[in-house]
Design a protein around this ligand. Structure first.
Ligand code: AMP
Length: 199
């Protein structure tokens, strides 16, 4: 059965240095399955991405993998998921991931993860959606980025009218509760405007 809620997880295509990162992927995957929330992710089988998806499946959850054609070999597309979407371009992948999700959880990752987080954050800044963004600061991994956000705020490049909301949790186990809490307190969980038409 298709879940009524889906969360997009952005995370590394590698395992990272600290075992805590892969452990966080497993904790999050189990929490998604246990709460009946579907996983939307980049479709690969490697690193944190693969670990999150496999854990959701092992615990009886629902996975939607979305991958551009040119990455199906490189990121070893995971095929035994309930829904698999192969897109023509990276842009189409990101937009489809956005459209299919009710919120975004960010685990540790590299440039791809950072790019995805930046994109949904700028869309929020520009009032194109109000979907929750939850950053999992596992072992302080995202601390330098959070410092940069504060610096941008202090220097008034992130400023009133151009601000955006995100939550930071330190444990993967706190991510799903933070999402549920955020949507319970929101009047509107759907995009203000369909991003596909405006961005
Ligand atoms: P990384 O965090 O660099 O390990 O990448 C995580 C995921 O982001 C992988 O599936 C990458 O294919 C994807 N990715 C890499 N570059 C981009 C990009 N420019 N836009 C969106 N996703 C990307």
């Amino acid at each position: 059965m298709k879940p009524t809620r889906n969360l997009c997880v952005y995370c590394g295509s590698g395992p990272g240095k600290q075992p805590a990162y892969m452990a966080a992927a497993r904790t999050l995957g189990k929490a998604l399955a246990d709460n009946g929330i579907g996983l939307v992710y980049g479709g690969g089988s490697m690193g944190l991405m693969g670990e999150t998806a496999r854990t959701v499946l092992e615990n009886g959850g629902h996975v939607t993998g979305i991958i551009p054609e040119f990455l199906t070999q490189k990121e070893r597309m995971l095929t035994d998921v309930q829904e698999l979407i192969v897109t023509t371009t990276m842009h189409e992948r990101k937009l489809t991931m956005f459209e299919k999700s009710d919120g975004f959880i960010v685990l540790p990752g590299g440039l791809g993860t950072l790019e995805e987080l930046s994109e949904v954050s700028t869309w929020a800044q520009l009032d194109q959606h109000t979907k929750p963004i939850i950053i999992c600061n596992i072992d302080g991994y995202w601390e330098p980025l959070l410092t940069l956000f504060s610096h941008m705020r202090e220097e008034q490049f992130i400023r009133p009218g151009l601000d955006f909301k995100f939550d930071v949790v330190n444990q993967a186990a706190q991510a799903v509760p933070a999402f549920l809490d955020r949507i319970a307190n929101m009047r509107q969980t759907v995009p203000v405007k369909p991003v596909r038409q405006t961005m």
